[in-house]
Design a protein around this ligand. Structure first.
Ligand code: C5P
Length: 224
């Protein structure tokens, strides 16, 4: 059967990764969480005190960064590795969420990540979630979905996710972080978060995960 690229873009915490994982599993496709890549770069930049306004430092740091995904049978998920180290849990912490959008604005960072993502999806048969997949990484993706949801719903979902990882963060702080990231992500110069002209809109405010997955799979069926 023909293999395609499925691009899931949208605002922070509207269910992109959960939907993407299930769609990928249903189709036997690879799932690539591009947000995890920007988070891993942020972790490296913070650890190495890289100045975002110093192009030389940014370039050198990027040349020292290797990001991979490996399947972990214990957790049944693909986990992100930064220079050989599993950083899956670390990159989900609030201090990374609070810095990641500033790092993602940097043009050199975007160029490096986009190029790696294009290589990862070259053979197609991938579900990729992020902010610019349907507009910049794979403008030729066969299925493009743009996800959104009411911000209070998103903040509550994110709080539950963090609690599952034993992180207790108050709702106000989470909501503020989501709004700040959405603003920076949507207004940056390089590949801002926006709905591609040919992306289907999926508002998940009142939807179950199963309904979200069905919505995407229906689009896939029509594209195949
Ligand atoms: O998907 P997640 O919320 O983990 O993404 C974290 C951040 O990474 C986003 O808020 C955004 O700043 C950045 N990002 C991006 N482009 C992508 C994916 C994520 O700029 N394709």
């Amino acid at each position: 059967m023909k293999k395609i690229v499925i691009a899931l873009d949208g605002y922070s915490s509207c269910g992109k990764s959960t939907t993407a994982k299930l769609v990928a599993a249903a189709l036997g496709y690879a799932y690539i969480d591009t947000g995890a890549m920007y988070r891993a770069v942020t972790l490296y930049f913070l650890d190495h005190h890289v100045s975002l306004t110093n192009p030389k430092e940014v370039k050198e740091a990027l040349s020292n960064i290797e990001i991979d995904f490996h399947y972990n049978p214990k957790t049944n998920r693909n986990e992100v590795f930064l220079n050989g180290l599993n950083v899956e849990d670390e990159i989900r912490k609030m201090y990374i969420s609070n810095q990641v959008s500033e790092v993602s604005v940097v043009a050199e960072v975007r160029r490096a990540m986009v190029s790696q993502q294009q290589k990862m999806g070259k053979k197609r048969g991938v579900v990729m979630d992020g902010r610019d997949i349907g507009t910049a990484v794979f403008p030729d993706a066969e299925v493009k979905i743009f996800m959104t949801a009411d911000v209070d719903t998103r903040a509550k979902r994110r709080q539950v996710e963090l609690l599952e990882k034993k992180q207790l963060v108050n709702l106000g702080e989470i909501k503020q972080n989501l709004q700040k990231r959405d603003h920076i992500d949507s207004t940056r110069e390089e590949s801002p978060l926006r709905r591609a002209k040919d992306a289907a809109l999926l508002d998940t405010s009142h939807m179950t995960i199963d309904e979200q997955v069905d919505f995407v799979l229906e689009k896939v069926t029509s594209a195949l």
